[in-house]
Design a protein around this ligand. Structure first.
Ligand SMILES: Cc1ncc(COP(=O)(O)O)c(C=O)c1O
Length: 499
């Protein structure tokens, strides 16, 4: 890509940021990419050891909100323990600093002659290249900035060729489960929950083996937002391709924890969300094969997607763009795109090898701690030994999960999530409950003693200190042993402390 003189000049400017002393415009060398196979060889050098994190090989990455204190219902206040990364992760300090340093230079993208418009356009396109590199895109791939994973998968659903058969496990997040049935002229086959990664591959193999000719798409998650279990993406991609199908990877939960490489995994598309990748500025990504996207109707009709619009009689004739602009109608979210690019650089420079190692150590600590509490049942599809990211759901015998999560927040300042996690069929399978039993946020007034129809989810990532995991385990132990110290009731579907 040819950078404008404006962009080149700003690169020379020193835009010093508050805490890290980095520059918004100064290019940083991209560290070598980690790969799944190098994970085992992660560094444990003593000079990176974190004094506060005895079990971890290195310090957490600086994130916003690490000094926030919250009131406790029982009196006093405590540092907030954010253990709901799977919903939305806190912004990396580096991302925040980069965005703040760029903010004065903010301008329109692809539609302004001014200096800041040129600079912003170049920053947007440069961000596209950075994220494409982070995802290991092939030379002919397209990377479209969207609003989120949900948006990305809906975009792909809108671009399916007529008659596409879609194969999706019923364990998927609703964002990956639902868009296909709305797609014009697509037929969807829902595959039952597999109980091992091998069973997942075998089940897809069988389904595709009997499939009629014509376009086929498989949609699969990289890591479950309920169990944190990692799916056998490479093997599923191989099975899909063996039968002439394409595959899209929902990397919403995998990308924040693990390297995702389109080429190495041999998937056709990847979708992810910035707000789960430490870049909460309203952008997401769909990256992958260009052909279906080029041939599809534009996802949104409007400015930016059009090459030429002319009135002829009562009608309008429209010539649409063919590249990424085709599906990026409207003013692009340059801050969101730049934030994702900044997060990609930050994670790459931190090194996935050590991030993965650190996360595994925290996860082991969490799982060992919960295993010592007999009342706790950790939910799992693939069994105890399966590979996972830092996402774990559980139920506690004798507790309604909404009540348990409310007590963790109100009495301990710990933020987790409760419910069915937008993956209703999967959680119902794991809890062995029926679809007509209310599960989402169903905290009864007298909550303890109820059979739990939903679960508690604890999730963490690169910014989590070990103290948060220890405090969480301590709180679970105390709640199970002594019960809640406060009374709770249901208000508008949420379990809240009685005031
Ligand atoms: C696995 C998975 N896929 C897709 C999504 C949807 O992401 P978003 O809400 O950012 O569109 C989520 C959100 O939790 C998720 O966990």
């Amino acid at each position: 890509m040819v950078l404008s003189p404006a962009f080149r000049r700003e690169f020379a400017l020193t835009v010093t940021t508050s805490t890290t002393g980095t520059s918004a415009a100064a290019p940083r060398a991209t560290a070598p990419r980690a790969t799944a196979t190098t994970v085992a060889a992660a560094s444990t050098s003593a000079d990176t050891a974190d004094a506060e994190c005895a079990a971890c090989s290195r310090a957490p990455l600086p994130v916003l909100g690490r000094d926030v204190r919250v009131p406790l219902v029982t009196g006093g206040e405590v540092g907030y323990a954010a253990l709901d990364y799977a919903a939305s992760a806190p912004a990396l300090q580096r991302v925040w600093d980069d965005v703040a340093a760029y903010a004065p230079y903010y301008g329109s993208v692809h539609r302004g002659a001014g200096y800041l418009s040129q600079l912003s356009t170049d920053l947007f396109e440069q961000s596209r290249e950075t994220v494409a590199e982070f995802l290991g895109c092939r030379p002919d791939d397209e990377l479209i900035f969207t609003r989120s994973t949900t948006d990305s998968l809906n975009l792909l659903a809108s671009a399916l060729p007529a008659g596409t058969r879609v194969y999706v496990f019923d364990t998927e997040h609703h964002a990956a489960l639902l868009p296909w049935q709305r797609a014009d002229r697509a037929q969807v086959e829902y595959l039952p929950a597999p109980r091992t990664p091998e069973q997942a591959v075998a089940s897809l193999d069988v389904a595709l083996h009997g499939a009629p000719k014509g376009p086929k798409l498989v949609c699969v998650t990289g890591a479950s937002n309920v169990t944190g279990e990692i799916w056998p993406v490479r093997e599923l991609a191989a099975a899909a391709h063996r039968h002439g199908a394409r595959i899209v990877l929902d990397a919403a939960q995998l990308a924040p924890h693990h390297p995702v490489d389109i080429t190495a995994l041999d998937v056709d598309w990847v979708a992810l969300s910035g707000h789960k990748l430490y870049a909460p500025f309203g952008a997401g990504v769909l990256a992958g094969r260009a052909d279906w996207l080029r041939e599809a109707e534009p996802y949104l009709a409007g400015g930016g997607a059009t090459r030429k619009v002319a009135r002829s009689g009562d009608a309008l004739s429209v010539e649409w763009h063919s590249g990424t602009a085709r599906h990026e109608a409207g003013s692009p979210n340059v801050i969101g795109a730049y934030a994702i690019a900044s997060a990609c650089k930050a994670l790459t420079e931190a090194g996935f090898d050590s991030l993965v190692t650190r996360e595994r150590e925290l996860l082991a600590r969490l799982r060992d701690g919960l295993a010592e509490i007999p009342e706790v049942r950790v939910l799992s599809l693939f069994g105890a030994g399966s590979a996972r990211v830092g996402v774990l759901s559980f139920v506690v015998r004798g507790w309604n999960s909404s009540h348990f999560a409310a007590a963790l927040s109100a009495e301990y300042g710990i933020g987790v999530r409760d419910g069915l996690f937008c993956a209703h069929p999967l959680v119902r399978t794991l809890l062995d409950t029926e679809p007509d039993e209310p599960g989402e946020c169903g905290a009864p007034d007298a909550a303890p003693g109820e059979r739990s129809l939903n679960a508690v989810r604890v999730s963490f990532g690169a910014g989590t200190p070990q103290e948060h995991v220890e405090r969480f385990l301590g709180a679970v132990r105390t709640l199970v042993r002594d019960g809640a110290a406060w009374r709770y009731r249901t208000e508008e579907g949420r379990c809240v402390p009685v005031r």
